[in-house]
Design a protein around this ligand. Structure first.
Ligand code: PMP
Length: 440
C-alpha cells in the first residue's frame, strides 16, 4: 500500500524515467506527454543543459537565506526575465510556484496602496472562469466554483465578473470586437458598484488555462481592460502562471494582446518541471513606492529565490531564448491546431477547438448546434484522461463551469520540442481515447 497522500484514490503508475516528450512507468510503458503535465514541461523531460545547470549550482551553494544573501542564479534569472518583460516591468520576486506568486501579487497590490496613502483600496476583482491557485488567497481570487465550494467560509470576498469566452458568450449578432468591449465593460460596472476608492486590483489570465481549456480573449478586450484600470487607478495583475514563458507563441502571453500589466505572475514553464519555481514581476513604480515608503515588501518565504530553482529557471529561459523556441511554438502550434481541426473539426461532440501556440483546448459538447454540454455526472473529462493514459498519452482534461453549467474540455500543451510525427501521434491517440470514452 502506498503511503503517499496523492491526489486521487486510485493506484497510479510510477514514473521512473523521462526522455524528451515521453515519460516511462515502472513497467516500461511509454506515455507521450501531450500536456507537459499541466503545461509545465516545456523543454521535455531530460534537457541536458538544465540538468547540468542544477548540478553546477548544487556544487557551488544549495541554499543561502534571502534575509542575508542574494545569489548568482537569482540575479541572472531576474535580468533575463526583465529583458523579456512587458514595458514598465522592472522587478522580479522569485517564489516556489504559481499559487505563491499570486499570493505575493495580491499582497503587493495591497501594500502599494497603503504606501501611496490610499488605505481604502483592498478589493480584488477577478473573473468567473479562472483559476489562480489553491492557497486560500489565490483560491479566493479564482472563480472555479468546484474548487472553491468546500472552502467558501475561509475565502475573502472577491468580485467575479464574466470571463471573455467567445464560444460561450458572444451573441450571434455581435462582432468579436463589440463582444470584447461588452465583456470588458463589466469591469467598469463592477468598479463603480463597489466604489472605485475601495478597489485595488483586477486579476485575469490572458489565456485561460485550467478552468476553460486555453481560451484567449477576443481582440481589443484587454486594451479596454487596461483603459478601465488606468481610468480608476486600479492595478492590472495578469496571471501567466500557465500561459506565460513562451507557451502561447510569445514570451509573455499579453504581448499578443498589446498591453502591459502592473504585476504579472509566471511559474509552470519557468522551471519546466526541473525545479519548483514561480515569479511575481512588478513595475518599477510599484517597487519604488514601497522602497521609498516603508522600505520593504512585507512578505517572504523560507525558500524564496532558492538558488537551485533559480539556476533551473535561468537555464530554462536561456534554452527557450537561445534555441528560438518561441518561434518554434508558433510553428508547431499551427501544425497542432491544423491536425486537431482535421481530426475533430467536424466531430459531432466537439464544439470548439481554440487556443494559441502550443496551448490548445478542445471543448466537448453533447450537441454541437445548441452547444449543450454533457451531463456533469458522466464525468467525461475524467474518463478521457484515463482512456488517454491507456493509449499512452497524457492530456489535461477538466470540467469547468460555464454559465452555471458544467462543460468538459481537454487541454493540450506539449513540450516546445514536439516534432510533427509526435503531433500526429498525440492527435491519433486522443481520437481513440475520445471514441472509447464516448462509447461508454
Ligand atoms: N495560476 C494559474 C493560471 C494556474 O494555472 C495555476 C496552476 N494550475 C496556478 C495559478 C497555481 O500554480 P501552482 O499549482 O504552481 O501553485
Amino acid at each position: 500500500m502506498s503511503h503517499v497522500f496523492g491526489r486521487g484514490t486510485g493506484a497510479l503508475p510510477t514514473a521512473v524515467r523521462g526522455d524528451g516528450c515521453y515519460l516511462y512507468d515502472a513497467d516500461g510503458r511509454a506515455y507521450l506527454d501531450g500536456s507537459g503535465g499541466a503545461a509545465v514541461s516545456c523543454l521535455g523531460h531530460s534537457d541536458p543543459e538544465v540538468r547540468a545547470a542544477i548540478h553546477a549550482q548544487l556544487d557551488k551553494v544549495a541554499f543561502a537565506h534571502t534575509g542575508f544573501f542574494t545569489s548568482e542564479p537569482a540575479e541572472a534569472l531576474a535580468d533575463l526575465l526583465v529583458n523579456q518583460a512587458p514595458e514598465g516591468i522592472d522587478k522580479v520576486y522569485l517564489l516556489s510556484g504559481g499559487s505563491e506568486a499570486v499570493e505575493a501579487a495580491i499582497k503587493l497590490a495591497r501594500q502599494y496602496f497603503l504606501e501611496i496613502g490610499e488605505p481604502g483600496r483592498h478589493r480584488l476583482i477577478a473573473r468567473r472562469q479562472s483559476y489562480h491557485g489553491n492557497t486560500l488567497g489565490a483560491l479566493a481570487a479564482g472563480g472555479n466554483a468546484w474548487r472553491r465550494e468546500k472552502y467558501a467560509p475561509l475565502l475573502v470576498e472577491t468580485s467575479h465578473i464574466a470571463p471573455c469566452f467567445e464560444y460561450r458568450e458572444r451573441r450571434d449578432n455581435e462582432s468579436p470586437e463589440a463582444y470584447g468591449q461588452r465583456a470588458a465593460n463589466e469591469l467598469e460596472a463592477e468598479i463603480e458598484r463597489l466604489g472605485p476608492e475601495t478597489v485595488m486590483a483586477f486579476i485575469a489570465e490572458p489565456v485561460v488555462g485550467a478552468t476553460a481549456g486555453a481560451v484567449p480573449a477576443v481582440p481589443g478586450y484587454f486594451k479596454r481592460i487596461r483603459e478601465i484600470c488606468d481610468r480608476y487607478g486600479v492595478l492590472l495583475i495578469l496571471d501567466e502562471v500557465m500561459c506565460g514563458i513562451g507557451r502561447t507563441g510569445s514570451f509573455f502571453a499579453c504581448e499578443q494582446d498589446g498591453i502591459a500589466p502592473d504585476i504579472v505572475t509566471v511559474a509552470k514553464g519557468l522551471g519546466a518541471g526541473y525545479m519548483p519555481i514561480g515569479a511575481m514581476l512588478c513595475s518599477g513604480a510599484i517597487h519604488d513606492a514601497i522602497a521609498q515608503g516603508s522600505g520593504s515588501f512585507q512578505h517572504g518565504h523560507t525558500y524564496h529565490a532558492h538558488p537551485l530553482s533559480a539556476a533551473a529557471g535561468h537555464a530554462v529561459v536561456q534554452a527557450i531564448l537561445g534555441r528560438s523556441l518561441v518561434d518554434r511554438v508558433q510553428r508547431q502550434g499551427e501544425t497542432l491546431n491544423g491536425t486537431l481541426c482535421d481530426a475533430f473539426g467536424q466531430h459531432a461532440n466537439v464544439g470548439d477547438i481554440r487556443g494559441r501556440g502550443l496551448f490548445r483546448g478542445v471543448e466537448l459538447v453533447e450537441d454541437r448546434e445548441t452547444k449543450r454540454p454533457f451531463d456533469p455526472a458522466r464525468k467525461l473529462h475524467a474518463k478521457v484522461k484515463s482512456a488517454a493514459m491507456k493509449e499512452g498519452l497524457i492530456v489535461y482534461p477538466a470540467g469547468g463551469t460555464v454559465n452555471g453549467r458544467d462543460g468538459d474540455h481537454i487541454l493540450i500543451a506539449p513540450p516546445f520540442i514536439i516534432e510533427d510525427a509526435q503531433i500526429d501521434e498525440l492527435v491519433a491517440k486522443l481520437g481513440r481515447a475520445l471514441e472509447t470514452t464516448l462509447a461508454q
